[in-house]
Every structure is written in structure tokens, then in C-alpha cells.
Design a protein around this ligand. Structure first.
Ligand SMILES: [Zn+2]
Length: 576
């Protein structure tokens, strides 16, 4: 229990982000000035402006071959796909504010055409993204559903269909790219991509494309999108992120103005695929030998047997969720979160055995829950919590469930109950608490917080809950917990609401008051392995309240990196 004695140290170096430090100003992906300057006068696609060693023709041919190959390559993977959309309304103070939201979570399957298998089976949810968007906008969004935002043009991406004009060289992160403007041949009648592509200068893969599809009309709309890929293997660049927004798109003969922003994230490309085989082949002969523990043979007492049995149910659930790509493997972020839990345990003289663990669920909806002695908190919730005290509030509630002995159904200790399709995860695993347990946990958590190092900062946590109440009516899908209990319901905060009494008034137009952060600023997910890291951003002073964006979707600029030899993915996200 080395961590337990490190309370003082924790506060010396623990950086749970000053609010400004995490507020995101959409930093432009400024091209390296020197590089651009060197090529800024080469605005034509004439062969004489050929970038680098390869000729322009060679570059385009290789890029197109890679792009065509990607369609087949993607069929080998079934990453998790999450789309979260916020529909906006005009707000006199903030420019815009969320009006309502939509959420989709599924597994991408490109084997037989485009297919997303949903994890959300609840009635009222469309079973696929295309259906959801159709329902949401009452207009057609994309002709082939989701795929067109991750593939430039599945079938017809070639030199005959498109014109390519070299624009310049530009760095995206540390990856040097050749930038082309792409225009469909005017003779083409079908819907085609128009916009800009970024091609990395080593293997000539498209790493970003930004634009829309031509063919938009009053009844047939194609939104604008910015689609990013990351390197996940030698020459392997796979879709990672799509941002989409429209600020003033008239439809229904211009009678309504659509304003929305949405993000699609893909992750877990290499999760749950070959883990078992890898483990099997790496097994050594020594593993078959029972370790000699020396003197005593320890049989388990009935109490220890019960704990081991309950831990088995807990481990089964977490391993299953990790295999499904829903929970991240343990790493740096989990250690930081465990430190906060330890602070609560130490100051409350809690001795929890087996020890409390913390894991992160990779989805956006704000939720936390406990599985046995493991606290699970969603990526979205980690993103929006403004400070360490607010984080402690969330963790304290779950720690209270654990210390009160609120049980996990031990039916999950049987392995057969873990055999199901990934898309059935939310249906098969039940960890929700009843009202009585929720109430007891809130009470116990309040008592723990008052003893904790966070006792003087609880007003911040209460302010976060006020911000949640302020937006919860407009963002029901962000607050729809898929595994745990919802934090709020309509305008009513359901969790730890006593903290709101001591909080200051919520001032949404005051720049200095940061009650909640935007989505996407805290955690960086490695799309290949699902490993997490904390995002390190430079503190940014906000210019106006418009930049506070509590609970909102924000644009993303990925900081692309090339894979180092032997490493899996080595890419960072500088801003989001
Ligand atoms: Zn609870």
C-alpha cells in the first residue's frame, strides 16, 4: 500500500488541471511557416512542382491505390464507433447553446457493405446511425450512412473521376503532408467528394480530408466534415476522428436553419482480436509449474473465499468490457484516479480489501458506477469535471457503495455469463443501483468528503452539479447512463445534490467561472490499443464566455505522429 502514505506528495504534484488549462480554444493547425513559405508559390499541379523525390503522378497514383486498398483493409477490423451530436440554438450571450442531442454507439463492420451494429437497444433509439440521423434531421444525411465520413469515396476514387491540385506542404503534428484540393470531374452525375486532402509524404496515405459531398439540395443534404486518421501500423493509417458542423444550413426551402456540431470517434481497432492467441503462444513451460510458497499451505477461510468469489465476478465483468472495447486497459490515468480514491480512504480510515481500483469506460455519456470494488468512470465525465474536488465527489459516491457493502450479483462469477456478442454488453451486464442504495451512498459520500482534503473546495463540486442541472434538459443523451445510474434527470440532479446548497450561483456569462468543461479535453485514447493518457495542454486564457463551452462538443485537431519502430501507436492529441 505504498500509495496510501503519499497523501502530501500527491497534492504537491497532482495537476488535475486548472480550469483555464483545459478550456479549449480551437488552436489552428498552423502550418510550419518555413515549410509553407518554401512552397507557397507552387499553386499549380504542373509536374514541375512535384513534391519531393516522387513525381506528382507517382504520388497521386500511390495515394489512390492506398485509398482503394483501405476499403478492404478496414473490413478486417471492427472498431467501436461513437457519434455524439449536439443540435444548437441561438443564444444571445453565448452565440449558441445546445438545444438537444443525439447519441450512437456501435461496432463498425465493413465486411458486407457498410454496417454499424448498435450497442443501444433501448426503444426509441434508431438501430443504426443512418436511421438516427434521418430521424434527427428529417433530411437525408449521408447516402451510405456513416462510411462516407471515414472513406473519401468508397468506389470511385480515381484520376478519371477527380481532379487534384497541389496546394502546399504542411505539417499535421510531426507528420509532413502534401496538401491537395480535390474536385470531382464536372461530368460526374453521382454524389462526389469535394474538398481538401492531406497526404503523408512517406507512404502517401491520406491522413486527413476536409470538405463535403456535392449533390446537396433542399431535400438531399450533405454536411461538412473534417475526417482524421492515425497511424496504427507500418503504412497503416486508420480513421480515428470526424468532426462535423453546420452553422447556417437552410433546408425545407430555407424555412428552418440547422445548427449543429457532432463528433465521431473510432477506437479499439486491435482490441479483443488476437489477445488469446498471443497469450497462448507466449506461454512458457514454467507457467505449468505451481510456485513453491515455502512453508504454509494457506486454505481460504469462508470470508476470504466469499471475497475471492465476488472479486471473480468483478474481474469477469471488467475483462469482458475491456475485450468489448468499452473499458480501457489499466495505465497512467487509472493510477491518477486511484490516488484520489486513496486520499478519500486515508482521511476516512477506510480499509478496503480487496483494494479499490478505478477504471475508465471509453464512452462519452456522463456516468460512473461500481463493479464490486472497482469504480468505473466514463471518459465523458472525466472530460467535463472542472477540478479535483469535483472528481473526488464522483469517486466518493462510488467508494461509498463499496464501503457500505453494496453487492455485485455473483452470478457473474460464472464464465458462461460472459459469453455474448459485444453489442449485447449493456443488456447482459447489470450494475445499476436501486434508489435506497443511491441515497445511502450519497449520505456516506457527503460524510467522507467533509473529512477529506477536498472539504474546503466542495463548493466547486456543487457548482458543477448546478451547471449539470442547467444543461440536463437539453442534453438527455449525454446524461443517459448506459451501465450506471444517471447523474441527472430532466432538470433534477440525482447525485450528491446536497452539495449544490453551498455552491455559488451559476453565472454562465462570467468568463472566470468555470463550472464544467467541454467534452474531449482530458483523456487521449490510443485508437489501436485503447490505452489512455492524460492530455497535457498549455493554459489558455479565455477571451469570452463563449469559449467556456460546458458539456459541449468541440472541434479537434489531432497531433499526428509517425509510429516509432516496434511501438504500437505513438500519436498524441495536442488540443483535444
Ligand atoms: Zn450510485
Amino acid at each position: 500500500m505504498a500509495l496510501k502514505s503519499s497523501l502530501a506528495v500527491v497534492f504537491a504534484f497532482f495537476i488535475w488541471a486548472s480550469p483555464q488549462g483545459n478550456a479549449q480554444a480551437p488552436a489552428p493547425s498552423t502550418p510550419n511557416p518555413a515549410t509553407v513559405a518554401a512552397t507557397s508559390n507552387t499553386q499549380t499541379a504542373a509536374p514541375s512542382t512535384a513534391p519531393g523525390a516522387a513525381s506528382m503522378d507517382e504520388v497521386l497514383d500511390r495515394m489512390i491505390a492506398n485509398e482503394q486498398q483501405l476499403v478492404g483493409t478496414l473490413a478486417a477490423y471492427t472498431p467501436m464507433v461513437e457519434t455524439y451530436i449536439q443540435n444548437l440554438k441561438v443564444d444571445n450571450d453565448l452565440g449558441s447553446a445546445p438545444k438537444n442531442d443525439r447519441y450512437f454507439l456501435g461496432k463498425l463492420n465493413l465486411k458486407d457493405g457498410v454496417n454499424e451494429r448498435s450497442l443501444l437497444a433501448a426503444p426509441g433509439f434508431a438501430s443504426n446511425l443512418k436511421g438516427m440521423l434521418t430521424q434527427f434531421y428529417s433530411v437525408r444525411y449521408l447516402p451510405n450512412g456513416f462510411a462516407q465520413m471515414i472513406l473519401i469515396d468508397g468506389k470511385g476514387f480515381n484520376r478519371q473521376t477527380y481532379d487534384f491540385e497541389f496546394v502546399r506542404r504542411e505539417f499535421l503534428g510531426e507528420v509532413k503532408c502534401l496538401v491537395f484540393d480535390v474536385n470531382p470531374n464536372p461530368a460526374m452525375k453521382e454524389t462526389k467528394f469535394q474538398g481538401r486532402i492531406w497526404v503523408e509524404d512517406k507512404d502517401y496515405n491520406v491522413v486527413r480530408f476536409n470538405g463535403t459531398y456535392l449533390g446537396s439540395s433542399m431535400s438531399n443534404l450533405y454536411f461538412h466534415f473534417d475526417s482524421w486518421r492515425e497511424q496504427m501500423g507500418p503504412g497503416l493509417w486508420l480513421p480515428a476522428y470526424v468532426y462535423s458542423e453546420e452553422s447556417d444550413k437552410g433546408y425545407f426551402l430555407g424555412r428552418r436553419h440547422l445548427m449543429f456540431k457532432g463528433q465521431t470517434r473510432l477506437w479499439g481497432y486491435n482490441v479483443g482480436r488476437n489477445a488469446a492467441q498471443n497469450e497462448f503462444t507466449s506461454m512458457t513451460v514454467e507457467a505449468d509449474k505451481v510456485e513453491d510458497n515455502g512453508d504454509a499451505i494457506e486454505h481460504m477461510s469462508p470470508v476470504l473465499s466469499l471475497r475471492a468469489w465476488e472479486r471473480q465476478a468483478e474481474d469477469n465483468i471488467l475483462a469482458r468490457m475491456q475485450k468489448a472495447g468499452l473499458v480501457a486497459p489499466e495505465g497512467e490515468v487509472e493510477k491518477v484516479l486511484t490516488t484520489v480514491v486513496n486520499n478519500l480512504e486515508v482521511t476516512n480510515n477506510l480499509v478496503i480489501d480487496p483494494e479499490t481500483r478505478v477504471r475508465v469506460m471509453l464512452t462519452a455519456p456522463l456516468e460512473s458506477f461500481s463493479v464490486g470494488h472497482t469504480i468505473v468512470i466514463s471518459r465523458g465525465l472525466l472530460d467535463v469535471l472542472p477540478d479535483e474536488a469535483s472528481l473526488a465527489m464522483v469517486l466518493a459516491h462510488e467508494l461509498a457503495h463499496i464501503s457500505l457493502g453494496h453487492r455485485l450479483d455473483t452470478k457473474y462469477a460464472f464464465s458462461d455469463r460472459m459469453i455474448f456478442d459485444d453489442t449485447q454488453t449493456f443488456n447482459r451486464l447489470h450494475v445499476k443501483r436501486n434508489e435506497k442504495e443511491e441515497h445511502e451512498a450519497d449520505e456516506k459520500a457527503m460524510a467522507m468528503l467533509v473529512n477529506s482534503p477536498y472539504k474546503d473546495k466542495l463548493a466547486n463540486a456543487g457548482l458543477f452539479l448546478k451547471a449539470l442541472a442547467d444543461r440536463s434538459n437539453e442534453l438527455p443523451n449525454l446524461l443517459n447512463a448506459h451501465m450506471g445510474n444517471p447523474m441527472a434527470d430532466g432538470k433534477n440532479v440525482k447525485r450528491m445534490k446536497d452539495l449544490m446548497a453551498s455552491a455559488p450561483a451559476l453565472e454562465t456569462t462570467k468568463v472566470e467561472q468555470i463550472a464544467a468543461l467541454p467534452l474531449g479535453g482530458r483523456i487521449r485514447v490510443d485508437e489501436w490499443t485503447n490505452q489512455l493518457e492524460l492530455v497535457k495542454t498549455k493554459p489558455v486564457a479565455l477571451l469570452s464566455a463563449r469559449e467556456k463551452m460546458p458539456f459541449e462538443v468541440t472541434p479537434v485537431f489531432l497531433y499526428l505522429t509517425r509510429q516509432k519502430d516496434g511501438a504500437t501507436v505513438a500519436s498524441k492529441n495536442n488540443n483535444n
